[in-house]
Design a protein around this ligand. Sequence first.
Ligand code: NDP
Length: 342
Amino acid sequence: TRVLLTGGSGFIAAHTLDVLLKHGHSVVTTVRSEAKAQKIKAAYPDHGKDKLDFAIVPDIAQPNAFDKAVISDPPFEAVLHTASPFHFNVTNVQKDLLDPAIIGTTGILNSIKKNAPSVKHVVITSSFASIVNPSKGFWPGHTYSEADWNPITREEAEENAMMGYRASKTFAEKAAWDFLEKEKPNFAVATINPPMVFGPIVHNLESLDSMNTSNQRLLWAAQGKFKDEIPATGVYLWVDVRDVAEAHVAAFEKPEAANKRFFTVAGYFSNRDICKIIKSKFPQYKDLPSDSTPGGDYPEGGIQNGLYGFSNKRSIDVLGLKYKTLEESVIDSIKSFQAVGL
Ligand code: NDP
């Protein structure tokens, strides 16, 4: 299948590209600059232009940014939209988070409808951020699933960068489902909604300082930053990036996946769990917390009685996911950081 993948320089996109090429698909990926294209190309020296090619889209927040990128010969049948800001270096929630997320999503859907009638499947990287209801806290007794929506408002988006990010994902995903309902395009939509994503970095990193947001806590733990106190975990659900990548590809390969959300979650984690795994497998990192270091635990009552449940049933039944364990994910992550100088 001829596939367009947006944001090819990203953490999740790099793994998604890998799965696409392994499955024999022919891929064009968008990046912001020629230099980023060259770096990805260098990772696949055996793939000619017919298997891996690039389109430059410098800013997805520009309306019509994707008008040209969606045109291809042979024409695209599937589009995977992963590009969206995921960081908290935010001065203006509207410009830095909401615009690229929302205009990026509606923009690519409009461009496909206008210029790429051959596209049958669109897969959008959404998030647990558009499922979770932060005002409910740990919500013991509730089971999060694809049926849940974050009720966040435009005003709450301004509270801080975290709320801004959650709003950006919620509003962007809603905009996609609204588009499907109102515009009745030729294509089906599926969304992948992962919680915290860990896993090895395979995309080009200039240095450990440019670590993607969700892997930062693994890096910081190994670097000794949690030695005296482990920070609060925040979101207690995680998934491995390789499973998220498989989900994106299965979501257009499997016809049953059409027009569904997928809550791709492997299980629970706490920051303390992460520290313990790193400490037991990598004795060279001396500044990890001990059992008496405060912080980083599950809420009172533990997983059983103190925390929300989750259902990943649909992702297993429809997408066929087999989730990796936290131990495997953390170990492979740290090994990949070592290659960049940890
Ligand atoms: P990365 O930061 O590694 O990837 C983000 C990608 O989006 C990069 O390729 C980035 O390009 C691109 N991008 C951001 N803003 C723009 C813009 N204005 N114009 C063009 N490109 C832009 O993060 P992830 O791989 O983790 O995130 C990928 C997707 O997964 C996002 O949609 C994110 O919301 C979602 N997600 C991630 C989770 C996680 O825990 N990692 C959890 C749930 C969802 P560049 O690098 O050139 O800036």
